[in-house]
Design a protein around this ligand. Structure first.
Ligand code: SF4
Length: 241
């Protein structure tokens, strides 16, 4: 574990040394987020932490945002989707359209997550993610630095690339970090309330997202798509925003 911690600290240190104020951490407030926030704090790095409020987040996520702000004496920048885009989508597709078709679900992720993140990343050269190689087959070769970002065109740093889920949870418990209460209810990946469920023992951790689609190609929201050959909303996710 100590070796993994040191490696992650090295990645964060190097990223900040290279990009300074042009480095940002879009935080999902899942398990990996608790670890990253603690490591950033230990290094006393001045890194903007932002999060996407899709309008459909679970109350537990709002609670942990507040708990983190208190614990680290910081303010999280909360990014909201364009209200006109949400209104148009809901007017055309309905309030819960993401359940009705893959296209509608992708549109919802695009409007509520991808577009706001693209806007939030303007002015930054690089961002930190909580992605881990263990999370999916498509991430098996994930490295700590990812320069190939076809969607956002920015360098991604993945300080937890080599961590296991068990290590994430052990770290949170060992240091009693503020964390999303859903983690204690077997949620591995935390996103919108309506599109996230806990996973059972032995189940793929990603099975907790968009489970009704039951189609591997749809297991990502588009925030961490690896290839432009895949449209937004398909492909490989992460720490989950
Ligand atoms: S996770 Fe669900 S509710 Fe959230 S943006 Fe995507 S489709 Fe919409």
């Amino acid at each position: 574990m100590q070796e993994h911690i040191e490696q992650s600290l090295d990645v964060l240190r190097a990223a900040h040394a290279r990009h300074g104020q042009k480095l940002v951490y879009p935080c999902s407030f899942g398990g990996e987020s608790a670890v990253l926030l603690e490591l950033i704090h230990r290094l006393k790095l001045d890194i903007t932490v932002l999060t996407l409020d899709t309008g459909r987040l679970p109350q537990a996520t709002y609670e942990v945002i507040e708990a983190v702000e208190r614990h680290y004496n910081m303010r999280v920048q909360v990014i909201f989707p364009d209200c006109h885009a949400v209104e148009s989508m809901v007017a055309e597709d309905g309030i819960n359209a993401f359940r009705h078709s893959l296209e509608a679900r992708k549109r919802c992720c695009q409007v509520r997550k991808v577009a706001p993140l693209q806007r939030a990343l303007q002015g930054y050269e690089a961002w930190i993610t909580g992605r881990r190689a263990e999370q999916s087959d498509s991430r098996a070769t994930l490295e700590t630095v990812d320069k190939d970002d076809p969607v956002y065109g920015r360098i991604k740093y993945n300080p937890l690339a080599n961590w296991s889920w068990q290590q994430v949870m052990d770290f949170i418990r060992q240091y009693q970090l503020p964390h999303n209460a859903l983690l204690d209810r077997h949620y591995h990946s935390i996103g919108c309330e309506c599109c996230t469920r806990p996973v059972t023992v032995g189940e793929d951790p990603r099975a907790g997202r968009w489970w009704w689609e039951r189609d591997d190609v749809a297991s990502e929201c588009g925030l961490h798509v690896t290839s432009l050959s895949r449209p937004l909303g398909e492909g490989e996710q992460g720490d989950g925003i």
